[in-house]
Design a protein around this ligand. Structure first.
Ligand SMILES: [Zn+2]
Length: 360
């Protein structure tokens, strides 16, 4: 399907329809789009007349899965549509107004929209782009993509496969369950960024019901992720403290960027024992609040870096450990942490989350 959209001349998108109700499902009614006349007089007594129109909310500019986007642009929140929108040369969105997207420009009828997803995507894939810029853009795409909804859990990697192939043509790197071989350490620096579900009082980041990817890949969880290197907290540069010795993924089909059968990663670095403690949960608080406390003595701590002190700091877990039965509420478990990377300003350390689940 990716090829069909990529080779299309124009893609018509019923972006505000949740089903097959058609392109004109939410067309703005003529009355509400009419200009309103406002008259009055200035401070020195001169009459004025202003014509105004009600603002149109340009939901395409907003975060992908805000509740207003889900209700107003349901097509856009579907994961398969993400790469179709990226790959298609031209897309005409039908909503309350028409929105045009192509590789060079983006316009809506009121000229108030400013979404630049396709434009920045096209610019990133130019042959003059550096590998570093390509990797930055890939991580941005992954962060957006993981917010989106899939009908079938196993489609997580296949739904981004077409976009991955475009990157692979530029990078010439091996694709490893959503990460790139030539940038794998930075690719590992993701963390689950759960939001509470709208309907249920629980986090919706969780493991898929069937194995889909090794736990070091963002594709191993259902729900949104963030890349720490794409946030402002890491502006001073990243120092890597581990090395990857071997990495391999076996595709489940003939598609090398699609679903995978199995994968593994062999790493070398400093490991320290720690206590992962579940914070006491209150009815109005999320259940996924954890802290990490080192069990190692001062000597061990010095050995892995004199500034490596994160005792009692909040820990990000990939999914709800209580729901999965790995830890009991308000208790703790001994874990092993592998220090992956750190930055000096502000001091932050990132541990490989798969190591956290190894237990004592
Ligand atoms: Zn507009």
């Amino acid at each position: 399907m990716a090829n069909i959209f990529e080779n299309s001349f124009l893609t018509l998108a019923a972006s505000t329809a949740a089903d097959d109700s058609g392109l004109f499902f939410q067309k703005m009614d003529v009355e509400s789009s009419k200009a309103v006349e406002l008259t009055g007089s200035t401070a020195d007594g001169r009459p004025y007349c202003i014509y105004a129109r009600r603002p149109i909310h340009h939901y395409l500019d907003d975060d992908i899965l805000g509740s207003h986007v889900t209700s107003n642009w349901p097509l856009i929140t579907r994961a398969w549509v993400f790469q179709e929108r990226l790959l298609a040369p031209r897309v005409l969105h039908f909503g309350k107004e028409l929105v045009w997207e192509c590789r060079e420009a983006s316009y809506c009828e009121c000229l108030g929209a400013s979404h630049r997803l396709k434009i920045s995507h096209t610019a990133s894939l130019l042959s003059s782009s550096s590998d570093s810029a390509l990797h930055d853009h890939w991580r941005s795409l992954v962060m957006e993509f993981t917010w989106l909804r899939l009908t079938h859990e196993n489609d997580r990697l296949p739904a981004l496969s077409g976009a991955a192939k475009k990157f692979q043509m530029q990078l010439g790197s091996r694709y490893l369950a959503g990460l790139w071989d030539d940038n794998i350490l930075e690719g590992l620096l993701w963390y689950a960024a759960p939001e509470r579900g709208q309907e249920e009082q629980r986090y919706y980041t969780h493991r898929p019901s069937e194995w889909r990817s090794p736990s070091w890949s963002w594709a191993s969880v259902e729900g949104p992720i963030q890349y720490v290197s794409n946030t402002k907290a890491w502006t001073s540069g990243i120092e890597y403290n581990a090395v990857v010795i071997a990495a391999e993924c076996i595709p489940a089909s003939a598609d090398p960027t699609g679903a995978i059968l199995k994968g593994h990663l062999v790493m070398k670095g400093n490991i320290t024992r720690a206590l992962l403690r579940h914070k006491k949960s209150f009815p109005d608080q999320p259940s996924c609040s954890y802290t990490v406390t080192w069990l190692a003595g001062r000597r061990d701590r010095v050995r892995i870096g004199s500034n490596f002190t994160v005792n009692g700091h909040d820990a990000n877990v990939d999914f709800d450990l209580i729901e999965s039965g790995l830890i009991k509420p308000d208790s703790d478990m001994e874990v092993h942490c592998l220090r992956l990377a750190s930055t000096q300003s502000p001091l932050r350390t990132f541990c490989l989350d798969v190591a956290l689940l190894l237990g004592a």
